[in-house]
Structures are given as C-alpha cells and as structure tokens.
Design a protein around this ligand. Structure first.
Ligand SMILES: Cc1ncc(COP(=O)(O)O)c(C=O)c1O
Length: 360
C-alpha cells in the first residue's frame, strides 16, 4: 500500500472521483488484465449491475448464473428485468461445469455470467465457443481470482465485460471498490456513463440525464490505494499461494474432507480463500465444527448459500422448483479458514493441526 499516494490526495484536496488516481488505477488494472478499458466503481456488486445494464439485453430474456456464488450475481439480473437461470456446481472444482452451462442454453438466453469460485477458474473454452456461435454475451466475474490464469491467459480477459471487487479480503483492495474491464469502446462508454448517473456530455445541458444510472463512483482516495496495490500484485499472489499450499499439504490426507483442487490441467489454484468441505456421513456437523474451532480461537466462515435456498428468493417465488444438489451440499458442509495476508506459516500449521485432531 502506498501511503504517499493517499497523502497526496489529502494534500492536494483531490479526494472525490475526479482525481487523477482513478484514471491511473483504471489504466493500470485494465492493462494488467490485458484489456483496453477500465471503469472503477464503488463495489463488485456495483460492477455487476453496471455491466449487465450496459449490455441492453432483451427484457425477460434468460441469463445463466452459478447457483453457488454471492447473491449479487442473481440480484443484478433481477434488478435489470431479466430472468436468472441457475447452474449447479461441480464437487471437485466448486465451479459450474461447462457441459451444464451449455445444456441450459435456450433460444431465450441472452447472457451468461461466469464466476470463478474461490481460487480456480471455470473451464471456459466450451462455454466461450458456444456463446460466440449463438451470439450470447459473457460477463466474467473475476472478483475472487485477481491474477489467476486460465490456460496461460489471465482471468478477466475473457468476457465481453469482466468484473472485479476490491473489498478488503480481495487480492487487491481499496477498502470497498470494484472495476469493469472490456475491450469494447461502446461498452466502456456506457459503463462510464451508468456509474455516474448518466449525466449528459453537453457542457450546458449537464443535468439532462439520458439513462437510469447510479452514483457508483470510486473516490480518488480509494484509487490511490489501488494504484499502490497493483504494483505489489506479484508478491500478494505469491504469498496467497504459499498459504494455500501449506493448508493443502497439511490437510490433503485427511479422509474426512474434500479440498478444492490444488491444480488442474488448465490452472493453479490462487487461493482467494482456503475452503474445506466435509465429506458425507462423517460424525461431525459443519456448524458444530465451526463453533468448536472458535474455542481454539480459529474464526471461520460458512460457504455461500445456494441461490435456490435464499430466503428472499423463496419469498419472491424464484427458483422454487430448482434443485441444485451440489451447491446445496457445499452450502451446508463447507467453510473456509483464515488466509489473510497477515497470517503466519506457524498459525496456518496450527489450524491444520487442530483440524486434523478434530477430524481424525
Ligand atoms: C464473485 C464475487 N462477485 C461479486 C462480489 C461482490 O463484491 P462486493 O462485496 O465488492 O460488492 C463478491 C464478493 O465477495 C464475489 O465473491
């Protein structure tokens, strides 16, 4: 983190979204991800909302989304007057399967949101080929995998639009924040307009707005942090992988748990978080285990809740007929352990020791 960037904002009074660091961060981040344009916004959720609206998809058309992800993915579709269609995940990668995605494409499908989960990418090739043939738009949500490569190409460089979050637990953080990146100038301009209330470009007619936009601007102070972080990204990723590998090597022989693949034929896990999935029919239940770990001062978090099990969607009678057995299994039996950059190797090994002791 470069304190001097932030101090410069304060000294020069450039603290709002008009400051130079916003543009610098957009440039640096989109270049790092091999894209031409970046639009910095106030969160990853905002990035998804702006991205999907910018595509101007046909009302009530279908958008395929993962059942196992943050609720923001479904919300952006619903808020845009589109129909979310859930895809279940796979038990070894915890990502959606390409075959499942392709199977759910219908004449009504206008877009697919591809979300890379926890540290491994979705196997993209087949989805991208099919989408191209059928003129279906792709939003790639790479919030959890900043810096990860899929077959030697960086994640975030595959979507018509790709989105990121810079919340405090992400590989790059601005406290709160997000970004949309793209190679398409028309989408870039539309996203830029939507994040800033769609003000008119005319000097005299500024307050005559031409769309229903948002104030989702990122401040110069946040972007100043982001600029410092992007310079350190290699170090951050190296350390996240070290932490993930210590966990993996110390837990991989435990017969009661399933871990996300450490690597596969198209990628090496980047370990945004280190997840643990309890196997079926073991004696201990997830919530009991999480509570027990707290007694050892080990703070954990449950996995995402499958979209079809969300209270609000049940109330709205959305996804009521959907069955997502794998996502539901993950939701009930998965949790993740501490893996922030502040953790020491010794602490990671201690957590593994306790886990192996309880789950023997
Ligand atoms: C895949 C994914 N997309 C979007 C978001 C939302 O980001 P934010 O919390 O910045 O709104 C998250 C949050 O963790 C996420 O994991």
């Amino acid at each position: 983190m470069k304190k001097k960037n932030v101090i410069q904002c304060l000294k020069t009074n450039w603290i709002s979204s008009e400051g130079k660091f916003v543009r610098e961060f957009e440039k640096k981040f989109s270049k790092y991800n091999s894209r031409k344009y970046g639009v910095a916004v106030s969160s990853g959720t905002a990035a998804l909302e702006v991205a999907i609206k910018s595509l101007n998809l046909k009302k009530n058309s279908e958008v395929l989304i993962p059942a196992f992800s943050i609720i923001s993915t479904a919300l952006c579709v619903i808020k845009c007057g589109l129909k979310p269609v859930l895809i279940d995940c796979n038990l070894s990668t915890w990502n959606t399967d390409a075959d499942q995605v392709v199977k759910k494409i219908t004449k009504k499908t206008s877009a697919i949101i591809i979300t890379h989960i926890y540290g491994l990418p979705v196997n993209l090739s087949k989805i991208l080929n099919t989408a191209k043939k059928r003129k279906i738009k792709i939003i790639e949500d790479a919030a959890e995998v900043i810096g990860l490569k899929y077959k030697e190409k960086i994640c975030g460089s595959f979507g018509d639009l790709s989105t990121f979050s810079f919340y405090a637990n992400k590989h790059i953080t601005t406290g709160e924040g997000g970004m949309i990146i793209t190679n398409k100038k028309n989408l870039f301009l539309k996203c830029k307009s939507l994040r800033n209330l769609s003000f008119s470009n005319s000097y005299f007619d500024r307050y005559n707005h031409d769309d229903i936009g948002w104030n989702y601007r990122m401040t110069n102070l946040q972007a100043a942090l982001g600029c410092g972080q992007i310079d350190n990204i290699k170090k951050i990723i190296k350390r996240k992988r070290e932490i993930g590998n210590i966990y993996y090597n110390n837990l991989k022989n435990n017969k009661n748990i399933i871990l996300q693949q450490n690597k596969n034929k198209y990628s090496n896990n980047i370990y945004w978080v280190f997840g643990i999935l309890l196997k079926k029919n073991i004696k201990i239940n997830r919530n009991f285990l999480m509570k027990k770990l707290l007694k050892y001062k080990i703070d954990t978090r449950p996995f995402f809740l499958s979209m079809n099990k969300q209270k609000i969607f049940n109330k709205m009678k959305i996804f009521t007929k959907d069955k997502m057995p794998n996502a539901e299994y993950l939701s009930k039996n998965g949790f993740y352990v501490p893996s922030g950059l502040g953790i020491s190797n010794q602490e990671v090994k201690y957590i593994c020791k306790i886990l192996n002791q309880i789950l023997n």
